[in-house]
Design a protein around this ligand. Structure first.
Ligand SMILES: Cc1ncc(COP(=O)(O)O)c(C=O)c1O
Length: 374
């Protein structure tokens, strides 16, 4: 049985298709494709759903990070500590505003920025730290802030990269309310998908939210008057309408992902693969944007699964301190062993809400077969 890694059709059942078409039809009637009434409605709904006071919808998760950094006062020459093991946009956003990404190691057990590594990379020039709730697992932002401020000797802004963590909850509170500002992505494969590119920023601070809104639209409070140089990072009405259709199902989809993770965990334990396959730790509040194993012989296992029609993926094969575009920052192999080991060992299994129990059994049977016959 083939098992796709991801299939967008789980979103588009008859009811949701109908609602989407009805919502989009309304936009055809009012004609406000940009800055339509759907944007404010979406921001209010997300704010209520997440439990964060202010939501500013924008073009995508990468731009949301740029907005979050700018509104936090980060600018050219400032250092921002980022985990090396994450999607490119985390560090790309720092470079895009002329600031300097400083790469720190991750804890191999959680794949999250490690407090010790953060302390080692924080300096007097550190303006912010950008923890990533990688794969949907909430990072402990309060601890990271305390560590960074102690090492820097001054206040440090905490910007959450929550692109993969919509709906995730840490014991300290919901992702999006743990730091000073947070950036989310609604790329169609994310837990809360749009029907194209979309993202949003959250903050608990009203003044910062107003600043984010100005930055989203060329830095002006009044049309054609500009206090600073901002961007065109507007959200579009068609995407807001799609997100309003999908948001009511997010809790149920996140629950399906968690159930999938628990099932994989049980199947892998029964397969008794020992050290060859290490499943992720299951923690409350995790939303399993990805379900990621650490595996021995990872590339051969990936090839074996793909040949058998089992979807799987490597997030991410090269840590950011080793990316060619950051070569001038002096990264070299061996500097960040956690990130480098993660890049060599990780393999993500199908976890989107449409995966069936039978499909998960097939995936684990194939993994077990690889090690038994290997
Ligand atoms: C950790 C992380 N940060 C940022 C982004 C950027 O989001 P977008 O693709 O919406 O620009 C992503 C998207 O994949 C991500 O996974």
């Amino acid at each position: 049985m083939a098992v796709p890694f991801f299939d967008i059709q789980y979103l588009l059942d008859e009811r949701r298709r109908g609602e989407l078409l009805r919502r989009w039809q309304e936009i055809l009637v009012h004609g406000r494709f940009v800055n339509g009434p759907e944007i404010g409605e979406l921001e209010a709904s997300l704010s209520e759903f997440l439990g964060v006071e202010h939501v500013v919808a924008c073009s995508n998760g990468s731009d949301a990070l740029v907005l979050a950094l700018r509104a936090a006062g980060v600018g050219p020459g400032d250092e921002v500590v980022v985990p090396s093991f994450t999607f490119f946009a985390t560090a790309g956003a720092v470079s895009r505003i002329g600031a300097i990404p400083v790469f720190a190691d991750v804890d191999l057990d959680t794949f999250l920025l490690s407090p010790e590594a953060l302390a080692a990379k924080t300096s007097a020039a550190t303006k912010a730290v950008l923890p990533v709730h990688l794969y949907g697992r909430p990072a402990g932002c309060a601890e990271l802030r305390a560590v960074a401020e102690e090492a820097a000797g001054h206040p440090v802004q905490v910007i959450e990269d929550a692109a993969q963590a919509v709906g995730a909850v840490h014991p300290d509170g919901p992702c999006g309310a743990l730091g000073d500002t947070a950036a989310f992505s609604c790329f169609p494969t994310k837990n809360l998908p749009a029907a194209g590119d979309a993202g949003f920023v959250t903050t608990r601070d009203g003044e910062r939210a107003a600043h984010l809104r100005r930055l989203r639209e060329h830095g002006g409070g009044r049309q054609y008057y500009h206090d600073e140089v901002g961007y065109n990072f507007r959200h579009d009405s068609l995407q807001a309408a799609a997100l309003l259709v999908f948001l009511p199902d997010l809790l149920q989809w996140n629950a399906a992902r968690e159930e999938g993770a628990q099932h994989y965990d049980q199947l892998l334990a029964e397969a008794a693969l020992g050290e060859q396959v290490r499943p992720p730790e299951l923690v409350p509040g995790h939303v399993y944007h990805q379900y990621v194993l650490r595996c021995q012989g990872r590339d051969a296992l990936r090839d074996h699964l793909q040949q058998a029609g089992i979807g799987c993926a490597i997030y991410y094969p090269l840590p950011l301190h080793l990316q060619p575009c950051f070569a001038e920052l002096g990264g070299a192999p061996g500097q960040l062993p956690g990130a480098e080991a993660a890049a060599a060992e990780v393999l993500a299994l199908p976890i989107y809400p449409g995966v069936t129990a039978l499909q998960r059994e097939e995936v684990v049977d194939r993994i077990a077969g690889f090690y038994r016959n290997g």
